[in-house]
Every structure is written in structure tokens, then in C-alpha cells.
Design a protein around this ligand. Structure first.
Ligand SMILES: [Zn+2]
Length: 205
């Protein structure tokens, strides 16, 4: 299995190709390998991304079948089933990179901000389960800048929510903690811009 740093470089390169509209022969070839389903999977990165239809994970990294182990859930939140999926992939396939991928204009973040502005919320209980997981990350930002419609506020909240998910993965699982400490597992945050297609990895600038 390739290292976390090499995996990160592959993702960066793939996103550069996506942004510049180049078509990768590798990704196209692997899309054609549908017949090879009996070969064991060997994903080089685990991605926890939002379900938003404008954030199709393989496409924006220009990767194909078998490359990425993807978990998608509105707001890229971390609940026990997400942790379990990531533990499984890291253990089973030896994948050494986990990316939490948020994105601009995230509906789950905006819904949470709206919720914070409402005294009586009528949100359905299962949707509340998502909003309640986003809330702790965005509440401190809202206290300073209560204008829900401000794009800069939404973006700060998107990034804070990604960071909160990274922290939960780093400290909410003994299995992942041990892999980070002893086996060079890396858990990093990133934000996808729906406007430009560019993915910025946290700590890049
Ligand atoms: Zn979203």
C-alpha cells in the first residue's frame, strides 16, 4: 500500500487534471475494468465527503473504479457508522490516507445556521441528527458573526465543520488513533470549491 503522502499527491494531481479538463487514461481505463470485480479492492485513499450532487468524489479527483473508498453523508459528519466504515477500510486494505472533504455552499451547513436562528424548529428528527452533529462546530462562529447569509461566515463554518470531523476521527476511535501513532495513517481536511472545482487541502498555505 502506498504512503499517505503519495496518496495525497495522487489526489492533488487528479484534481489538477479535473480542473484543467484533461482526461486521465488511468481513470478511464479503470472505469472500463468493470469485469474485474473478482480482484480484491485496493483503494489508496478513504474519503469522507458530503452527499451533495455537485461533489462527485471520483470525478473531482479524476479517479476510477477501485481507487477510492468513499463514504458520503450530508455535511460530511462523523457518526459511529462513518467511523466504523473508515476503521474497516484502514484495517482491511491498509489504506493510509483519510480525507474529510467539505465544500462551498454546503446545504447541511446552511440548514444548521438557519436552525440556530430559529427558536422553534420543526425539522424532522432524522435530519436533526445531522444538524446536531454540525452545530457544535459552527456555534462559536455564529456568536461572533450572526449574519447567516454572509458567504464568508458560511465558508468559515464549512471549514470548522471539516476540522471538527477530522478531530472526531483522530480522537474518537482507538483503532484509528493506533494507526496514526504506529502505522503512519494520516487524517486530513480539505474543501472543494463548487465554483472553481479546486480542492484545497488544509495546511497547504
Ligand atoms: Zn454539503
Amino acid at each position: 500500500m502506498i504512503s499517505a503522502d503519495d496518496a495525497l499527491e495522487r489526489l492533488r494531481e487528479g484534481n489538477r487534471r479535473f480542473v484543467s479538463d484533461e482526461v486521465s487514461k488511468d481513470a478511464v481505463a479503470s472505469r472500463e475494468h468493470r469485469g474485474g470485480a473478482t480482484t480484491p479492492q485496493n483503494p489508496f485513499a478513504i474519503i469522507l465527503a458530503c452527499s451533495d450532487s455537485r461533489v462527485p468524489t471520483e470525478l473531482i479527483f479524476d479517479r476510477g473504479i477501485g481507487d477510492l473508498f468513499v463514504i458520503r453523508v450530508a455535511g460530511n459528519i462523523v457518526a459511529p457508522s462513518q467511523i466504523g466504515s473508515i476503521e474497516y477500510a484502514a484495517k482491511q486494505f491498509g489504506t493510509r490516507l483519510v480525507v474529510v472533504l467539505g465544500h462551498s455552499n454546503c446545504g447541511a451547513i446552511i440548514a444548521t445556521l438557519q436552525e440556530l436562528g430559529l427558536k422553534d424548529s420543526h425539522r424532522a428528527p432524522n435530519l436533526r441528527a445531522i444538524v446536531d452533529r454540525v452545530r457544535p462546530a459552527v456555534e462559536p462562529i455564529m456568536k461572533d458573526r450572526p449574519n447567516v447569509d454572509d458567504e464568508a461566515v458560511i465558508d468559515s463554518c464549512v471549514r470548522a465543520n471539516v476540522q471538527a470531523s477530522v478531530d472526531k476521527l483522530q480522537h474518537g476511535s482507538l483503532i484509528l488513533e493506533n494507526l496514526v501513532a504506529a502505522d503512519n495513517l494520516k487524517i486530513v481536511g480539505a474543501e472543494y470549491s463548487i465554483e472553481t472545482g479546486i480542492i484545497e487541502f488544509f495546511g497547504d498555505h
